[in-house]
Ligand binder design. Sequence first.
Ligand SMILES: [Zn+2]
Length: 77
Amino acid sequence: MKRDVQLGGATSWLADVPCACGEKIPTPLAALLQGLPITCWNCGARLTVKQEESRESLEALGRLNERLSRIQNDIAR
Ligand SMILES: [Zn+2]
C-alpha cells in the first residue's frame, strides 16, 4: 500500500487490486469500501468488490481506513 499525495496536500490511501491481466490497479480505499466498480487501465476490465463475500475484509479495511485517516490528521498537524 502506498500513499498518493495529491495537489493541495490532500492525501488518499491506495490499495493495489490485482486484475486478471496481471496488472495491479491502484484503488482508493474509499472506493473499495463503497463497492464502486474499478476499471483496469490496462485491459479495460471492470472489477467490483463482492460485498457479501468480502464483508469481513471490507470491515477490516474500514477499520484500517479509519486508523490511516487519524494518522493522516496527525501528520497534517
Ligand atoms: Zn486488466
